[in-house]
Structures are given as C-alpha cells and as structure tokens.
Write a protein that binds this ligand. Structure first.
Ligand code: DLL
Length: 433
C-alpha cells in the first residue's frame, strides 16, 4: 500500500519542478516576513527570484541550531502569532529549547507525512496502534497521533512508561503496531519476559521505532524479542517531528518525504555538497512550512542519500539509517567513533544484553579514556571468573581490531544499566569539555 502514490512515485523531473516552485515561494515568504532571513539573504546578495532550479538552493544560507536558540522564542516566526495552532519544543542538553510553531497548514502537512510513513510500515484501517512515544512538548506522541487519524487506524495514546500497563493494554486490545523508541521496546520485551507475558502470543505485527540512533543488529534483537517487523522512523522537532522519513517493507533505507522536506548532504567541515552515496551532514529545507520555516537547516545528523526506484515502487530519495550526530562522535586519542559502532559489536555477542553505556573521562595521563559498561545475561553472569575474563578480552579485542580503540570493559550484572522509557542516554561524558 502507498498512501499518496502520485507524490511518492512520480518521476524525478516532475518532482523537481514542484520542489523548485515550493522553494521559490518559501524564499519569498521568509524574505518578506522574517528579518533574520532577509538580513542573511542580503548579506549573501541573493534574492528569492534567483531560485530558477533546485540546484540553486546552494545559493541560500544555512541555518544552524545555535541560530534557532539565539532567536528563541519567536525570532523565526513567519506568520502572525494568531495563525499558530500548536507549539512543540525539544529541550536538548544545553538549556534553551528549540521550537517548532505550527499553523493549521503545517499540522496538515505533518499529518500527511506521518500517514505516508505509517502506510509504508504496513499500517492501515483496522490496525490498533499502541503509541508509547511521549505526549507533550515532544513531537513523537502527537506526530504519530495525527498520522493514525489520517490513515483511520485505532490509536491508543498510552504515551511512554508504565510498562506493566503497556503489556496489559497490548494484550487486552490486541495492539497490532507499536510506536516507541528502540531502547524502550527492548525494555517492554524484558519486562514481559520477567512478568509472565508471552510476546509471541500478542497481536503485534510491526512497529515504527526512532528518535534515537539504533543499528541493524539491534533491529534483529527487537524483531526476535517482540515478534514484529521493526521499521526505522526519522524526524526532528525543528523540521516537523517524526514523519520526515521512514522505511518501507524493504527495510533498506528510509524514504524521505522530499516534496515537503528537501534533503541535502554536505561536508560538515566545508559546507560543500557531497555526491549521492557519500557520507556527510544532513541538511533540510522545509519546502511547505509556513509557521517557522527553515532554510538549509544543518541537522548535525550523519548519513548518505541514494536515489532510484525502490522495489516498493516509491521514487522518493532514501536516507541510510543514521550513523549518529556530529556532536555524538567521540574522539578517543585521535580515533573517531560513534556509539552506534560500539553498539554493533556488543549486540552481536551471545553473552550480553542489548543494554550498554559508554563513559568518557580524562585518565590520569590526561588523555581521553573510555569505559564501556556491558550487561551480562543472567545465565552467563554466574559463570566462573575465567569465563568473564575471557569475555572481557574478547570484547576488547573486537573493539581494537574493528574500531581501533582500547576501552576499559566493565561487565556489569543484569539490570544495572538504567532502562529508558524515551531516548536512551548511551554516553556519559565526564570530561567537561
Ligand atoms: O526525536 C522526533 C521523532 C519522534 C523521531 C519519534 C522519530 C520518532 P527530536 O527530539 O527533536 O525529535 O530529536 C531529533 O533525534 O536529529 C536525530 O539525531 C535523532 N533521531 C530521530 N530519529 C532517529 C532515527 C524526534 N530514526 C534527533 N535514528 C535527530 C537515529 C534519530 N536518530
């Protein structure tokens, strides 16, 4: 099933024609209504009329997360405040929140984007969606909610947490589709195992998991433990929330709703565009947004793009599963590592649980050191010391040969690492950089 086959399966040339028109209108809208953008356009000597083809987008200035924070709350608002119908925010780690203010038109676009995503993941009328993303200022809860309304599925707005109730509701109402963070889904599975719920007897068929980085190995783990097909869903508050991109039945890259959110990949150091297939920082322009539109917003997320017709029939550009964020990348004694690369190694091990934490600190020599805390499965934990030592050496060896790092491996008892009901905090950085 395809929600909007006209938009999702059209030829490249036709799509680009629509994108250019939207981009020109967007440039006019922000130039006229947002002094912040007018100043930036003027400084670069560019006018909305200079947009003649989609490749002209590179003439426009980037927008950064710092600029969003500096202009908080309404410095980027492009409509009268009375046009707004909803506000969302993400708090981040640095204090000042990042805002997304929606007009009714923006909510309609978001609903359509989410309807396309849910349909891609096989959801339709007759499905029962258990929505365990948080409701509130976070976009996860309401984003899925609007999409579910559009596709006509039955939605249970249970929000995150209260895991006992999640399982009771799942059983009583035969939920067929679960939406939550990947880390929370594994907590649900663990709780089920320990409290007499049999996941293989639940009606769940699929789930859309995102809001934090996860790997293909983590997907395998979730699919086995939860007895469902796990789809990756991507989005961010500043651009709209969830619904920017989603995996189809092929589970091989996320289709971007590129008629709404125009993606580019740039070299994060130079700002220059890179070729399709090359890794870099993802940049989005919100082609249709009216409330708080963004021009060439630097997401800090690292991925690649690939084009072509997918075997599902869609022609929309695909983004590869995220590697992480530029600001999540750890530089340990000169070696660059993403937490997801560490996850890949840990999740493949038979003896460990898919729960881990990375602690970065300055050692006594004032060089960066990392500790990787890994939970051992119950049945392996009571093994003799020799066995534990062997496992520690094995993990260390894998990290050294595959990633070039030499972490301290701390094997911890089952349940030591805090479970999250939303985004998991994988890295604790004690360096005060
Ligand atoms: O996390 C929106 C969302 C809700 C997406 C529900 C998917 C599902 P923020 O809180 O603003 O918004 O965080 C956005 O989370 O820039 C990525 O770094 C990360 N992220 C989101 N989805 C994924 C994903 C929501 N599928 C930030 N894989 C983004 C990896 C993701 N990272």
């Amino acid at each position: 099933m395809i929600w909007n086959s006209q938009a999702e399966c059209m030829g490249q040339r036709e799509r680009e024609a629509g994108q250019v028109e939207s981009l020109r209108k967007l440039a006019e809208h922000v130039y006229k209504n947002v002094p912040f953008y007018k100043n930036k356009f003027d400084q670069m000597g560019v006018k909305p009329a200079d947009i003649q083809s989609i490749s002209d987008i590179v003439k426009l200035p980037f927008t950064s997360k710092d600029e969003l924070r500096e202009t908080y709350p309404y410095g980027l608002l492009a409509v009268d405040e009375s046009e707004l119908v909803e506000i969302h925010m993400s708090s981040g780690t640095t204090g000042t929140p990042v805002l997304e203010a929606y007009t009714q038109k923006d909510i309609d676009t978001w609903s359509e984007a989410m309807a396309r995503c849910l349909t891609m993941a096989g959801v339709g009328k007759g499905d029962v969606i258990q929505n365990a993303y948080g409701y509130g200022l976070f976009t996860g809860g309401l984003g899925v909610h609007y999409g579910a309304r559009a596709v006509g599925a039955n939605l249970i707005p249970i929000s995150g947490g209260n895991t006992q109730k999640q399982l009771q509701v799942m059983q009583d109402f035969n939920s067929t589709f679960l939406t939550c963070t990947p880390s929370y889904s594994l907590f649900i599975a663990e709780y089920a195992r320990e409290n007499g719920y049999d996941m293989s007897k639940m009606a769940l068929r699929g789930g859309a998991f995102g809001a934090e980085p996860w790997t293909d190995d983590m997907r395998k783990e979730m699919e086995v433990q939860l007895h469902l097909k796990a789809y990756d869903i991507y989005g961010l508050t500043e651009i709209t929330g969830p619904g920017v991109a989603n995996e189809c039945e092929c589970q091989d890259g996320l289709h971007v709703q590129e008629d709404f959110f125009y993606p580019e990949i740039i070299n994060p150091e130079t700002g220059e565009p890179v070729a399709d297939g090359e890794k870099g920082e993802l940049v989005f322009t919100t082609l249709l947004k009216t409330g708080t539109p963004l021009i060439r917003y630097r997401t800090r997320d690292i991925t690649t793009l690939s084009r072509g017709t997918c075997s599902c029939g869609r022609t929309t550009v695909k983004m590869h599963r995220l590697m992480g964020r530029t600001d999540d990348m750890l530089i340990i004694r000169g070696v660059n590592v993403f937490p997801t690369q560490i996850e890949e190694i840990l999740v493949q091990l038979e003896e460990t649980e898919p729960h881990y934490q990375i602690v970065v600190d300055r050692g006594q020599t004032h060089l960066d050191e990392i500790e990787v805390w890994v939970e051992i499965k119950e049945k392996f934990f009571f093994d003799e010391t020799k066995g534990m030592e062997h496992l520690r050496t094995k993990i260390k060896g894998e990290m050294k040969s595959r990633l070039g790092i030499n972490p301290i491996i701390k094997l911890v008892e089952p349940k030591t690492i805090e479970r999250s009901i939303g985004k998991a905090k994988r890295v604790i950085d004690k360096r005060n950089l």
